[in-house]
Ligand binder design. Structure first.
Ligand SMILES: [Zn+2]
Ligand SMILES: [Zn+2]
Length: 384
């Protein structure tokens, strides 16, 4: 196969997807685009509307009965693009600021390559998932009986990484991306005149103390060798210029790599919220939810992915010792059901950060991603 012409195709697809970003579960144009391409490549089966707007394509070659899955995400973010390129977002307020346009184009590139050239024996499931960004798309596909309808034994996925040079590959075994928990603490008291705080029990001073006290969960309640992050991101009250608030909402986000740590953060948060509220004579209500589970790579399949990467990337540009990241990935949900491996590929040293309004996926990385997908298929489903 002419890899240069495949790269040109993927660049055209990627820029088309970039110009037409769609938010999670609204990926109608994107999923139609993906399904049409897979049919054009001659796929044995293409099923749309799996878990909302998800697409699953199946490619079978030879007589092997093993099956593996490759996964890409298709959704964009509610961010207004500041880029000026010709293919910038035409959907106001929505943009591909995480490079899922690139991930989709790379998996389509691998689909075209494997449909034309094969070089494997068995079944490959191409999973294009919706709504990665808010951690609901993988569950929606699993709830729609993904595993029963399209069985597979292991799964691989990738994400582009700003700061890592193009042509570089990194992964690790065990935890590579964190869980994400969200919390909302509501303080209730009695607001009143700003000139007479002693007549009520306003909540703003209590809320400020609570925000400070929450900082001790990581610094004083977790072991120094455990990783956790507790970030308060919003503090909202019903106060106004000359009236003290009777209600304060504190919202935030916590990250960890092990369920025990997540449980400990929640437990300590409840103790601190109730204790602080008591000391200010107000009432605290804590709601704590788990949005993303930690992403745990399978050690044996990390070795397989690393070996496949050797055939695509320069030997000194691959690493299986990537530091874990306290960001989260919906891919982790698939790994609750079967082993797999998630990897990072370079988006360039000069790349804007993910979720930044000037971010753009680097097309120079397309061929690396597509070739890695194809390499892992050929390695795990070898010809007899
Ligand atoms: Zn993202
Ligand atoms: Zn992403």
């Amino acid at each position: 196969m002419d890899l240069r012409s495949l790269e040109e195709d993927m660049t055209v697809w990627r820029r088309d997807l970039h110009a037409h970003p769609e938010f999670g579960f609204e990926e109608k144009r994107t999923s139609s685009f993906v399904a049409a391409k897979l049919r054009e490549f001659g796929f044995d089966d293409v099923t749309e509307s799996v878990g909302g707007t998800g697409v699953v394509g199946t490619l079978k070659r030879g007589s092997g009965n093993r099956s593996i899955a490759l996964r890409a995400d298709m959704d964009a973010l509610r961010i207004t693009e500041q880029g000026t390129m010709a293919y910038r977002s035409r959907n106001p307020g929505v943009m591909h600021a995480c490079g899922h346009d690139g991930h989709t184009a790379m998996l389509l590139g691998a689909a075209k390559m494997l449909a034309e050239e094969a070089g494997f024996d068995g079944t490959v499931r191409f999973i294009f998932q919706p709504a990665e960004e808010w951690g609901k798309g993988a569950l929606a596909m699993l709830d729609h009986r993904l595993m029963e309808r399209f069985p597979f034994e292991e799964i691989y996925g990738l994400h582009n990484m700003p700061g890592l040079p193009v042509g570089h590959f990194e992964t690790r075994d065990g935890p590579i991306m964190s869980a994400e928990d969200n919390f909302e603490i509501i303080l209730k008291g009695v607001g009143g005149h700003a000139a007479r705080p002693h007549w009520g029990n306003e909540v703003l001073v209590a809320a400020c103390a609570l925000v400070t006290n929450l900082q001790t969960i990581v610094s004083r309640r977790l072991s120094p060798t455990d990783i956790g992050v507790v970030s308060v991101t919003e503090l909202i009250t019903d106060g106004t210029r000359n009236a003290l608030p009777g209600m304060a909402r504190i919202l935030g986000d916590a990250r960890s790599f092990r369920p025990e740590i997540s449980a400990e953060i929640e437990k300590q948060m409840r103790i601190i919220a109730e204790g602080t509220a008591l000391s200010y004579n107000v009432v605290a209500e804590v709601a704590y939810t788990r949005e993303f589970v930690p992403l745990l790579n399978d050690a044996a399949l990390v070795d397989e992915a690393f070996a496949a990467a050797r055939s695509v990337f320069d030997a000194d540009h691959i690493s299986a010792a990537r530091e874990p990241m306290t960001a989260s990935e919906d891919f982790a949900r698939f790994l609750e059901h079967m082993p797999g491996c998630f990897v990072f590929v370079g988006n360039g040293r000069e790349s804007a950060p993910l979720h930044n309004p000037t971010y753009d996926f680097n097309d120079a990385g397309l061929l690396f991603g597509a070739r890695f997908h194809a390499a892992i298929v050929r390695q795990r489903l070898p010809l007899p």
